[in-house]
Design a protein around this ligand. Structure first.
Ligand code: ZN
Length: 290
């Protein structure tokens, strides 16, 4: 196994590996690093203070609980296959790659959308673990129906390290660790391999169309071999939102180039593709027809 990858609940690895520097750490010039850590400590203290003062309400319905049962239930379902936009599939086909089935727990709308945004942009750091638990339940459901094997390595979709720092941590990596914890609690060994990162070249993708997003990401995803899953491991990519498919497609390309084969992709929520998937001819037959 990869020594720097993150095991779930201590099921893999040893106590010595937990004391090592995380692969996500970046070596900074000393003065910059000190200033950043001081600023980080101040921000963290303010966050804790705000958390203590402000009551947490459900991001989906504003009920006086952090994440109410009704809103949480919108994610308690078997993952559904989603069609990727044509542009993402064309790009992969041109590279000679085939993406495994991409599945989502929900549409990117309503309570799920609100919870993802609150966790990512509004400092609700209690939400990514809750969303990660839903991803874990989705993976369990896919294992129960033999769609996925009982031993998995989870790769969080790449984010920019600077963005993750500014948000007090990478929400998708937090979700992946919680998903692995859920699997481990059910006796299903799961490791987390945070081996993908976005380099500084990647701009924030807000406002870009599908082609521009793919171009923006091309070459910007970096593979960290120290955090890779072990050779031959069954690997599932996890992400919060599927929009253009550029992140999933780019991740698949980079992993393939590093001899990591993706066995599955699971996202919390998907934006419905504006382009309908092409159906095989037999699917166009009318019910009761020849
Ligand atoms: Zn609610």
């Amino acid at each position: 196994m990869a020594m720097d990858s993150e095991p779930a609940s201590g099921r893999r690895g040893s106590s010595s590996s937990s004391s090592r520097a995380r692969s996500g750490d970046v070596v900074q010039p000393r003065h910059t690093g000190v200033a950043r850590s001081l600023l980080g400590a101040v921000i963290e203290t303010l966050r804790v203070a705000i958390d203590l003062v402000l009551p947490r309400t459900c991001p989906g319905c504003h009920a006086p609980v952090p994440w109410c049962e009704v809103c949480a239930a919108t994610l308690q379902r078997r993952p559904r296959a989603v069609a990727l936009p044509e542009a993402a599939l064309d790009r992969l086909a041109a590279a000679g790659l085939t993406l495994p089935t991409v599945r989502a727990l929900a549409r990117y709308a309503g309570p799920v959308r609100a919870a993802i945004i609150a966790g990512k942009e509004r400092g609700r750091r209690d939400l990514p673990p809750r969303l990660g638990a839903a991803l874990g339940a989705g993976l369990l459901a896919l294992q129960d129906t033999a769609v996925l094997p009982t031993e998995l390595w989870l790769v969080p979709a790449p984010t920019r390290r600077a963005s993750a720092r500014a948000r007090g941590g990478d929400p998708v990596a937090v979700m992946a660790r919680m998903a692995a914890t859920v699997l481990a609690a059910h006796g299903r060994p799961a490791g987390v391999a945070p081996c993908l990162h976005l380099s500084g070249k990647a701009r924030d993708s807000v406002g870009l169309d599908a082609a521009a997003r793919a171009a923006n990401l091309a070459g910007a995803i970096r593979f960290d071999a120290r955090a890779a899953p072990p050779p031959g491991a069954f690997t599932v990519l996890l992400d919060d939102v599927l929009t253009s498919g550029a992140t999933v497609g780019g991740s698949c390309e980079v992993l393939a180039a590093s001899s990591v084969t993706l066995g599955g992709v699971l996202v919390l929520a998907a934006v419905p593709s504006p382009q309908k998937p092409l159906l095989p001819v037999s699917a166009h037959r009318r019910p009761g027809g020849p």
